[in-house]
Design a protein around this ligand. Structure first.
Ligand code: SF4
Ligand code: SF4
Ligand code: FES
Length: 238
């Protein structure tokens, strides 16, 4: 694969042609916050936390959906970018109902961890406090729309890895919701294989194992890399 060179944070680095900026940046040990991205799933560019500055572009660009190209000059961290990232997190908190103290994912939540990491100490926007419900009709799992970020990891893992395509999105903009089987209760879904992949990749307490209490829901999204590596090496073959 051809090699390209670009500049990241004033350092000349090499990357593989066709790599995303996010991959190139992380390959060089630079930590970039992400929420909708998960290694092994298609890139979505939805959360905008991975925004970076690219010389010549008037806008910040999402590193996960931007291809690294020869000669690019990229800045991953500065005061302006950090300010945008905190603002995005504040808007995310304000959009739904995040009451960490009573959440099953308290202490194990990617959103909560990023807020702490990026120094988000308050929310400057009015909370929308939408009237959202839970669906606990499934035998094993539940979905709490109050904690959903619309990162669509559940939709992508169910479609791209499990092949069931149980999850989808209904509505537009702020009224969007994740749904199962064309908006049937999850417990009545005929396509759900009960594999639990969606629950494990969900970054917050929106998808949870039934029976998990406050702070008990720990996710293990690294399983995905193991599955995909195993498929690539055809490890199921005798
Ligand atoms: S999902 Fe995360 S941020 Fe939201 S209430 Fe639960 S712990 Fe807090
Ligand atoms: S339920 Fe979880 S994984 Fe699915 S979109 Fe919402 S936050 Fe993301
Ligand atoms: S990780 Fe790039 S936009 Fe979400």
């Amino acid at each position: 694969m051809p090699v390209i060179t670009l500049t990241i944070n004033d350092e000349l680095v090499s990357a593989r042609s066709g790599q995303s900026l996010l991959e190139a940046i992380r390959d060089h040990g630079i930590d970039l916050p992400t929420l909708c991205h998960l290694d092994g799933l298609s890139a979505r560019g939805g959360c905008r936390l991975c925004l970076v500055e690219v010389a010549g572009s008037p806008r910040l660009l999402p590193a996960c959906t931007t291809e690294a190209v020869e000669g690019m000059v990229v800045t991953t961290h500065n005061e302006r970018i950090d300010r945008y990232r905190r603002m995005i997190l504040e808007l995310t908190f304000a959009e739904r109902n995040h009451t960490c103290a009573v959440c099953v994912s308290n202490g194990h939540c990617e959103l909560q961890a990023l807020a702490a990491e990026l120094g988000m100490d308050r929310v400057r926007y009015d909370y929308l406090n939408p009237d959202l419900g839970l669906d606990t009709s499934h035998r094993l799992f539940g979905v709490d729309h109050n904690r959903c970020l619309l990162c669509l990891r559940c939709v992508r893992v169910c479609d791209e890895v499990e092949g069931a395509h149980t999850w989808d999105v209904a509505g537009r903009g702020i009224a969007s919701r994740v749904i199962t089987d064309l908006n049937r209760p999850w417990g009545q879904s005929e396509s759900c294989t009960e594999c639990g992949k969606c629950v494990e990749v969900c970054p917050t307490g929106a998808l949870f194992d039934k029976g998990a209490s406050v702070g008990e829901m720990e996710k293990e999204s690294r399983f995905l890399r193991r599955i995909l590596d195993g498929r690539e090496k055809r490890q199921w073959r005798r």
